[in-house]
Design a protein around this ligand. Structure first.
Ligand code: GRF
Length: 197
């Protein structure tokens, strides 16, 4: 059984996609053993509804995106040890320091654009789609990538294109991209949970 820790900051729809996949047999051999948030958020409620242990390490109690903050996240993940894969599902803080080494090539993040487009500092949540619309692109999409020390910088694992339609608002574009994110995050998790080791 591969054990997943899922890090969240928001609505938790990507977490829900993972929960539904496990429930529906779409992610065999996987179990979510911890949902860890950096702020109080609806995603924690989704975890509790599924009986999954949760933890909250409030980012405002730490120097923003500091090593000490990441070390506390790592301590909580170690509390659910062993953890085979860390999934950043709508997680908005930046990981630094020891956690990156401990989970090298075992932390994945879903980002709502075709990285490197509309990625990096300041490109998160709805702002990604505002920038895509402002730039006039006809195609955007979603990416799942490995997490290293660079924001949205790790090796790309999966991508899927999403058309930008006439009259799209940031919200309508986000909703269309989110549907793809939900499929890709499950597909990416499967890359790890179905591997033999
Ligand atoms: C999504 O746009 C996701 O790409 C971004 O955070 C937003 C909310 O995700 N990382 P979720 O509903 O909390 O999973």
């Amino acid at each position: 059984m591969k054990r997943l820790a899922v890090l969240v900051s928001g609505g938790g729809s990507n977490l829900q996609a993972l929960l539904d996949a496990i429930e529906g047999g779409g992610l065999p051999g996987a179990a979510i053993v911890l949902v860890l948030a950096d702020r109080d958020c609806p995603a924690l409620g989704r975890a509790r509804a599924s009986g999954i242990p949760t933890a909250l390490v409030d980012r405002v109690k730490y120097v923003r995106n500091s090593d000490i903050f990441s070390d506390e996240l790592l301590r909580r993940i170690d509390g659910a040890s062993p953890v085979d894969l860390v999934v950043l599902a709508g997680f908005l803080s930046i990981l630094k320091g020891a956690i990156l080494g401990r989970f090298e090539d075992r932390i994945i993040n879903v980002h709502p654009s075709l990285i490197p487009a509309f990625s990096g500092d300041g490109c998160w949540g709805i702002h990604v789609h505002e920038r895509a619309l402002a730039s006039g692109v006809k195609v955007t999409g979603a990416t799942v990538h490995l997490v290293d020390g660079v924001t949205d910088g790790g090796r790309i694992l999966l991508q899927e294109a999403v058309p930008v339609l006439e009259g799209d608002s940031p919200a309508s574009l986000q909703a269309r991209v989110l549907e793809v994110e939900h499929r890709l995050v499950v597909q990416a998790a499967r890359l790890f949970t179905e591997s033999e080791e």
